[in-house]
Design a protein around this ligand. Structure first.
Ligand code: UD1
Ligand code: CA
Length: 420
């Protein structure tokens, strides 16, 4: 089988974002948009190459080591960006998939449809299109009266009639490598934008009587290209909805999907109920039969085990909360491991940061952490032990199993006495 390589275009300035951060590093559902595209590319390709330019060092830092990169020295347009990949594709005879680093919503299943249509038609180029109510800003797909694709026309060059075409180019293409490089040489500079447009290759191929095919996305939102902050918000909204729909299909109750935000790689068990205004970041696992929120923030590297309840105005960061433990009212857990059936009262705070370093707190099974307790890390609260309401447990003042600590600073109670 001939393998497909993938190229991801990510050198552009991203001027319309008005940002010092390279466009492709802006997050969509907690993950830089380039990462979404790289993940999709990896699912269908033997090798992936990202074209870098603007902010290249920052972008490269975020890419895993199995992703190749090439530099586009001057940003002379999408056709010029592909020319920069010549060395990467040198020994390549099969097909090449081209994706845009600013289109993070594309699904692997749609790429597969594109690849199989391309192979079936033995085309020189097959590209993905979408039908949009508002096609403004995108390249329009020009078809002949017989509905064959004859060109892609960019917005800036489109006539009044062409601007009314609602079928757009998503910027996702599959090319036979040899045809691609032959065609690139025939693309001339666009006089208005002083750029070489990859999209011009379509009319070049049509003139050469090469086979060109277009595959229309069934879900046009997958083609969203992010050029502005408004596009970014739209992408977050669309992907968040997909993530929540998937969780609901798996048996999770999301009380209000319009105010619940969940990262792309979060796992949630069956019969967990998520109340409104809850924000679950990436790299979080929530067990089954948990309740979260309302107004709850679960941050990366957290694991909420089965049956735990994390209530309103709570933040949990880099922490594990054991089975059936309760933290039902406002409070903060950071770098903490909480055992099973622990009760964490209202207003409990783990003071995990001393201004220079972060330290851990461990709370044993069935401990009772009284309201308003402050646990200064590093510290251990033993199994079945109690911290009295308002107690400040100083760092390293570990509470043995079954003991009570009381006061400010906290002292351990022993048979009616308080030991310092
Ligand atoms: C491009 C397409 C347009 C399509 C749209 C889909 C062209 C000429 N136009 O327009 O038909 O509807 O995408 O979203 O291709 N890039 C480089 N080097 C460059 C210029 C751009 O790597 O010199 C990269 C960008 O980082 C980006 C991608 O190519 O990831 C597309 O560039 P962008 O400027 O966003 O093109 P659009 O105007 O959106
Ligand atoms: Ca774009």
């Amino acid at each position: 089988m001939i393998k497909t390589s993938a190229i991801i275009l990510a050198a552009g300035k991203g001027t319309r974002m008005k940002s010092e951060v390279p466009k492709v590093l802006h997050d969509v559902c907690g993950c830089p948009m380039i990462q979404h595209v790289v993940d999709a590319a990896k699912a269908v390709s033997s090798s992936v190459c990202v074209v870098l330019g603007q902010g290249h060092l920052l972008v490269k830092e975020k890419l895993s080591s199995d992703v190749s990169t090439v530099m586009q020295k001057k940003l002379l347009g999408t056709a010029d960006a592909i020319k920069a990949t010549k060395s990467f594709l040198k020994k390549h005879k099969g097909n090449v998939l081209i994706l845009c680093g600013d289109a993070p919503l594309l699904e692997v299943s749609s790429i597969r449809k594109l690849l199989s249509a391309h192979k079936k038609a033995k085309a020189a180029c097959t590209f993905l299109t979408a039908e949009l109510d508002d096609p403004k800003g995108y390249g329009r797909v020009i078809r002949s009266s017989g509905s064959n694709v004859i060109a892609i026309c960019e917005e800036k060059d489109a006539s009044f009639e062409e601007k009314h075409i609602c079928e757009i180019n998503t910027g996702v293409y599959c090319f036979r490598v040899q045809d691609l490089f032959d065609g690139l040489d025939k693309i001339t500079i666009n006089k208005k934008k002083k750029e070489y447009y990859l999209t011009d290759i379509i009319s070049v191929f049509v003139r050469q009587k090469k086979i060109v095919r277009a595959v229309k996305l069934s879900d046009s939102t997958e083609g969203l290209g992010i050029n502005t902050r408004a596009d970014l918000a739209e992408a977050n909204r669309i992907l968040n909805k997909k993530i929540l729909d998937k969780l609901m299909a798996q048996g999770v109750t999301i009380v209000d999907p319009t105010t619940t935000y969940v990262g792309a790689n979060v796992k949630v068990g069956q019969d967990t109920v998520v109340y409104p205004f809850t924000f679950i970041e990436n790299d979080v696992v929530i067990g089954s039969k948990c309740t979260l929120g309302p107004f709850c923030h679960i941050r990366p590297k957290s694991y909420i085990k089965n049956g735990a309840q994390i209530g309103n105005f709570t933040e949990v960061s880099r922490s594990i909360v054991g089975e059936q433990s309760l933290m039902k009212h406002f409070g903060f857990l950071g770098d903490t491991v909480v055992g099973k059936k622990v009760n964490i009262g209202a207003g409990v705070v783990t003071a995990n940061y001393d201004g220079t370093k972060k330290s851990k707190t461990v709370i044993g099974d069935q401990a009772f952490v009284g309201s308003d307790s402050i646990l200064v890390a590093p510290v251990r609260i033993g199994k079945k032990s109690v911290t009295a309401a308002g107690c400040v447990v100083p760092k390293n003042r570990n509470v043995p199993n079954g003991k009570t600590i009381i006061g400010v600073p906290g002292r351990i109670k022993s048979k009616g006495k308080i030991n310092g």
